[in-house]
Design a protein around this ligand. Structure first.
Ligand code: AR6
Length: 174
């Protein structure tokens, strides 16, 4: 395995990284799944920052990313990205999922973030097929790390057994 990549099974709100990534929606106002867990555990300060971003730029488009405080979480920042809802044009959705990972990493570099943890974006209520989503996540992160030396660790945090075993298989090959 690439020494900068790590795999963890569990709850991303417990991770002590410089940044954790949230699988948000374009409103940035919170929701269910990992988004709900992050806002619940991090508290009002995260929502306040999200509202300020909405007021400034009208939310966050699919495939893009914004950054806020992590409030009461052990991380320093939360990077909110919006994965695609898996319907319609498959190639377009795959590109948008890759963009969600790469734009989160770009924003991390801009904020001098060295360690970052990702959930399995779009594989919950947005219904992206888990095997393909895992391939895209790992390939996009690997490509980014090849071009950029400032990020020291990327942790994939899998909440469910299916994702964990997909990532375990993929990461053995890297
Ligand atoms: N830690 C890590 N991963 C988690 C956690 C957690 N605490 N909770 C769930 N997951 P989803 P999406 C996993 O539905 O598909 C929200 O309502 C879960 O097992 O959270 O991108 C937003 O507001 C799954 O593999 O995000 C949006 O409206 C993965 O996180 C919408 O859902 C993503 O599932 C985004 O949908």
């Amino acid at each position: 395995m690439n020494s900068k990549l790590k795999l963890v099974k569990g709850d991303i709100t417990k991770i002590e990284a410089d940044a954790i990534v949230n699988a948000a929606n374009s409103s940035l106002l919170g929701g269910g799944g990992v988004d709900g867990a992050i806002h619940r555990a991090g508290g009002q300060a995260i929502l306040d920052d999200c509202i300020a971003i909405r007021n400034r730029q009208g939310g966050c488009k699919t495939g893009e990313a914004v950054i806020t405080t992590a409030g009461k979480l052990p991380a320093k920042y939360v990077i909110h990205t919006v994965g695609p809802v898996y319907n319609g044009n498959k190639a377009e959705k795959e590109q948008l999922l890759a963009n969600a990972y790469s734009n989160s990493l770009k924003l991390a570099v801009e904020h001098d973030i060295k360690t970052i943890a990702f959930p399995n974006i779009s594989t919950g209520v947005y219904h992206f097929p888990k095997p393909r989503a895992a391939q895209i996540a790992v390939a996009t992160v690997q490509d980014f790390l090849k071009q950029n030396n400032s990020i020291m660790q990327v942790t994939f945090v899998c909440f469910d057994d299916e994702n964990y075993s997909l990532y375990a298989d993929l990461l053995q090959l890297t």
